[in-house]
Design a protein around this ligand. Structure first.
Ligand code: PMP
Length: 459
């Protein structure tokens, strides 16, 4: 709690109380929907994550378009969460809606490919196939979680090795192997909240701090690591950027030790049309993308090099291809591919990133201005069209340092305070995402709310 200690806890509790009263008074219709939901859904929500919002009950959405949504009480909000990247292209972009409407009337799922599949695979290759050898062979799933799960299976299959190396405090979806962390003696243990862990994670997982090449070298030298799975910059514990040279060394090391390098671009697609892979000239064996590539229609993909893809295909017989732990009946379905084709070729095109970045710069400058004016010892970091503030003076160098700066109480207050000013921030983070539909007025609304919060907290 060190750097959040500038905030008096009694003052924080009083401010939070005021905001809660305001929230309840403002949302009678949402409260009623929540009450009804509680009759037949645990915590009253269709998925437990949706219960984690501050205020006592979640805002229920009546309609979402572009960078805004209207709640059941009729209040219009600026959405800086954008479905935690699922709607980074903005809600219901016109081209995606058109393509989805067309396809929905022409067959949704058949377990057969449509003409859209090859187009999307070509486009993903254009974006992410910048390495040598290039990632140019794609498979489709409905979630990035599934894409990661499948990649891990393939990596074990072709290397014959048992463990996956991940970064301490990473997040890659609900993937068993990744819910591990290091205890204070550097041992691999289940991460806090690891629900019904299947086996001791030390059996499946090596954990290394981000930016720690020596730790990674030690793990790879055991010869038991099938793949290193990481985000090119951490985005799920705040933003943690890589040191200069980190990715080059990581690539060299994984090659030398025969481990696959898997770059998960699900969130870091914020860095540009081909994520960090293209922006920074990375050279992975596998790229994972998901969430927003279908404009919110369940869609994800993983791309492999041709060489890896051949090893996979020859090691898995056709006869067993449907019972081996990879795939799903609805994966690669016609609707999902139609949504990806439209979103990638007409909505999230190369040219929209410049403006999205510019908005994120404005958001970052706005937050920094408030931090400076109130001498708050916090920092704000940006990666492309994503930005986030955190409660430590210096940007963290690894996940553990980022986690140490967390302050759940303070965060819950700030999110509720913003919500009461009709601004939605990403839950579990202090993150804002810019879409092609976001405006400078949306950004300014956040800056004003943040200024008011700083004033309320510090006087
Ligand atoms: N990879 C990363 C980097 C993520 O942040 C997430 C979700 N936050 C996932 C994968 C999983 O995505 P999904 O929950 O859509 O499966």
């Amino acid at each position: 709690r060190t750097d959040a200690s500038v905030v008096d806890r009694d003052r924080l509790a009083a401010a939070h109380h005021r905001e809660t009263e305001r929230f309840v008074a403002d949302h009678p219709a949402c409260a009623e929907l929540a009450r009804r939901g509680r009759a037949h859904m645990p915590l009253g929500v269709p998925m437990s994550w949706m219960a984690k919002w501050p205020g006592g009950f979640p805002v229920h959405v009546a309609e979402a378009t572009g960078a805004h949504f209207t709640c059941a009480d009729g209040h219009e909000h600026v959405d800086l969460c954008l479905g935690d990247t699922g709607a980074m292209v903005g809600h219901s972009p016109a081209a995606t809606v058109r393509a989805v409407r067309d396809q929905v009337a022409r067959g949704i799922t058949t377990m057969l490919p449509t003409a859209d599949a090859a187009v999307v695979a070509e486009e993903l290759t254009r974006r992410f196939g910048t390495g040598s050898p290039a990632v140019d062979q794609w498979q489709f799933t409905l979630t990035a979680t599934d894409a990661n799960r499948h990649v891990i299976r393939y990596a074990r299959q072709v290397t014959g090795r048992a463990r996956v190396a991940v970064i301490d405090f990473c997040y890659h979806g609900s993937v068993d192997e990744t819910f591990a962390t290091l205890d204070d003696q550097g041992r691999v243990v289940a991460r806090r909240g690891n629900i019904g862990a299947p086996v001791d994670p030390a059996l499946t997982t090596a954990v290394v701090p981000f930016n720690d090449l020596a730790a990674l070298e030690r793990e790879l030298a055991t010869g038991t690591v099938a793949a290193v799975l990481l985000e090119p910059a951490m985005t799920n514990i705040g933003i943690v950027l890589p040191d200069a040279g980190y990715h080059t060394a990581l690539r060299e090391m994984t090659r030398r030790h025969g481990a696959l390098l898997v770059i998960d671009e699900t969130h870091t697609l914020c860095a540009g049309p081909g994520g960090c892979t293209r922006a920074w000239g990375l050279d992975p064996d596998v790229v994972v993308v998901g969430k927003t590539i279908g404009g919110g229609i369940p869609s994800a993909a993983f791309g492999m090099t041709s060489e890896l893809s051949e090893r996979v295909v020859t090691s898995v017989g056709l006869e067993d291809i449907d019972v081996g732990g990879v795939g799903g009946t609805l994966a690669g379905n016609a609707l999902s591919l139609a949504a990806m084709r439209a979103t990638l070729t007409q909505v999230l095109t190369d040219d929209v990133f410049g403006r999205m970045d510019e908005l994120a710069v404005a958001w970052t400058d706005g937050v920094q201005g408030v931090l400076d004016a109130h001498r708050l010892p916090w920092h704000v970091t940006r990666l492309g069209c994503r930005a986030e503030y955190a409660f430590s003076p210096e940007p963290p160098h690894d996940g553990a340092a980022a986690a140490a700066a967390d302050d759940f109480e303070l965060q819950q207050y700030l999110h509720l305070q913003a919500l009461n000013r009709r601004i939605l921030l990403t839950p579990f983070h202090n993150m804002a995402l810019m879409s092609p539909a976001t405006s400078h007025a949306d950004v300014d609304a956040h800056t004003a709310a943040f200024e008011e919060a700083a004033h309320d907290l510090l006087g």
